[in-house]
Design a protein around this ligand. Structure first.
Ligand SMILES: *[C@@H]1O[C@H](CO)[C@@H](O)[C@H](O)[C@H]1NC(C)=O
Ligand SMILES: *[C@@H]1O[C@H](CO)[C@@H](O)[C@H](O)[C@H]1NC(C)=O
Ligand SMILES: *[C@@H]1O[C@H](CO)[C@@H](O)[C@H](O)[C@H]1NC(C)=O
Length: 491
């Protein structure tokens, strides 16, 4: 400042300009040499990396530059996948030995997250290592009051599974808690397909009612049945955990765990979002009617598999489920999806439940009849009749001629042309005097279907089936797929 004062204003200006110019030049050179220096240093460090046998380091470098550029663009929505779900499985030590076989059917050891919650320690078997989720013993619930004369106090322990799982921490990336019993079998791809529809950042309680109207009246139509399984979004689980122990104390008279969860959901003001593919299966006997006419919704779960008959004849329960899984793996979205068509030349009605069974009926049945489950099963309340189902059903035909010819899944393979499933008849039909072509000549049915990865992303619609002409003896060939333009199920 003082030197500038001595010079004339003009000189000062000149000096100032000169000074700035040389400073700029110096700065410029400094910049060039610095960047040169950095460049060579980088080069040196790279060749050093190369010496350390890292040939991809230069590629890494490029991709890291690209990544920072991409970070500024908003991320696309990341679809829910298996790593976003934590399963909480309610089990009891008493039944563990049989029930663990159901869990092994669907559990994917290195992909899934979850815990089996037991009431006490169980023996673990060497052959099961790495095939089951980790086991944990639930917290003691002695401090909670339970006053239902018919139920069991373990209900409190089971209703707290979501909260206890949450308190364990390790919830990074968790979007959903999915509850199930030890006798629940999930169809994972369909569970994912259902959850992908919902925003996991909001409060969701997703599941389904019972097949028994009386159960739903006794518990609630607003309750998700835990055997069929239900999903609670992460933020809802957090909200539940904060209030659940207080909430439970307000309902000592309730029967089970599911109604205790629902009572707390009602306090939180969160309704049940119903998805028809979760199956509690509060029925006895043969599930055939329900699986042969499934609603147009992805099959998410099966429950009470110890209570009902094996889903395929002449096999064990677990073997039968394994057979269903052969088809499931080829086309989970298509599993047990019904399609209805007619064999026009022989006047038969054909109903396909893909991956499960095919039925051939003499004569013409309308789709509105065929889409109703036949009552092959019995009501949960043995004295209740068909008016006690919360959905339409139809009676099993009394007339011997109207009894369907049933073909159960035998084999499923993938071909270059899509899936080929084969169904065979194992049970004979009674004698019929109708003067029309007898389906008993058909011993096996072949169904061709291309998996449709977008099936559930579209408005729900049944697939169409077509009876295809064939020279194979004793075989019916059927093509199943998206209905063509103007294709209607009519004779
Ligand atoms: C699931 O999605 C996450 C992103 O949220 C991703 O990092 C992960 O690799 C995906 N996992 C699978 C098994 O697809
Ligand atoms: C039932 O299974 C057994 C053994 O798996 C077999 O020997 C028998 O022939 C089967 N019966 C029928 C009716 O398919
Ligand atoms: C593939 O399927 C179509 C019907 O969906 C059929 O016409 C065709 O013959 C099949 N091709 C092979 C090689 O099986």
């Amino acid at each position: 400042m003082s030197t500038m004062m001595k010079n004339s204003p003009k000189d000062t200006e000149h000096f100032y300009l000169q000074w700035t110019f040389s400073k700029l030049m110096a700065f410029f050179f400094l910049l060039i040499s610095l960047s040169y220096l950095f460049y060579s240093l980088r080069f040196v460090s790279h060749s050093y990396d190369c010496d350390q046998q890292n040939p991809v380091s230069s590629i890494n470098h490029i991709s890291s530059i690209d990544a920072t550029a991409i970070e500024e663009i908003p991320k696309p929505h990341e679809e829910t996948n298996i790593s976003h779900i934590v399963f909480g499985i309610a089990a009891s030590a008493k039944l563990w030995k049989q029930r663990k076989e159901y869990i092994k059917l669907w559990w994917r050891p290195n992909q899934m997250r979850g815990i089996v919650w037991l009431d006490r320690k169980v023996e673990t078997e060497w052959k099961d290592r790495n095939l089951l989720p980790p086991l944990k013993i639930s917290e003691d619930t002695a401090r909670f009051s339970y006053k239902n004369p018919k139920g069991h106090k373990s209900a409190i322990r089971i209703s707290r599974i979501v909260s206890e799982t949450l308190r364990l921490g390790n919830t990074e990336g968790v979007r959903w808690f999915v509850m199930g019993d030890d006798d629940t079998v999930f169809v994972t791809e369909n569970l994912l397909k259902v959850l992908q529809k919902y925003d996991h950042n909001q409060f969701y309680y997703i599941g389904s009612s019972s097949e028994s109207h009386l159960q739903n009246i006794y518990f609630s139509y607003n309750m998700a049945y835990g055997g069929g399984g239900f999903a609670i979004s992460y933020p809802l689980a957090v909200a539940l955990e904060k209030m659940q122990d207080r909430c439970i104390q307000r309902y000592p008279g309730l029967y089970g765990s599911d109604d205790r969860i629902q009572a707390c959901m009602a306090e939180l003001g969160v309704p049940l979002t119903k998805e028809r593919g979760f199956h509690q299966f509060d029925v006895y006997g043969n599930l055939f009617g329900l699986l042969a006419a499934h609603p147009i919704a992805p099959l998410v779960s099966l429950h009470h598999l110890d209570v009902v008959e094996p889903i395929f004849p002449n096999t064990s329960r677990v073997q039968a489920l394994k057979r269903l899984q052969v088809a499931m793996k080829l086309d989970p979205y298509g599993l047990v999806q019904q399609s209805i068509c007619y064999d026009k030349t022989r006047t038969w009605t054909v109903s396909v439940s893909w991956g499960y069974a095919v039925q051939i009926f003499r004569g013409t049945f309308s789709p509105r009849e065929m889409e109703m489950p036949a009552r092959t099963f019995l009501n949960w309340y043995k004295r209740a009749d068909y008016t006690a189902y919360p959905f339409n059903t139809r009676p099993v035909a009394r007339n011997v001629c109207q009894k369907p010819f049933v073909y159960h899944l035998w084999d499923a393979v993938s071909t270059s042309n899509g899936t080929k499933t084969e169904y065979v008849r194992t049970q004979s039909n009674p004698e019929c005097k109708w003067k029309m072509v007898d389906p008993s000549q058909i011993r096996r049915v072949e169904v061709y279907k291309k998996p449709d990865p977008l099936f559930w992303d579209k408005a729900p619609r049944r697939n169409c089936c077509r009876v295809v002409a064939t020279k194979k003896k004793g075989t019916m060939v059927i093509d199943v797929g998206v209905c063509r333009e103007d294709e209607v199920v009519e004779l």
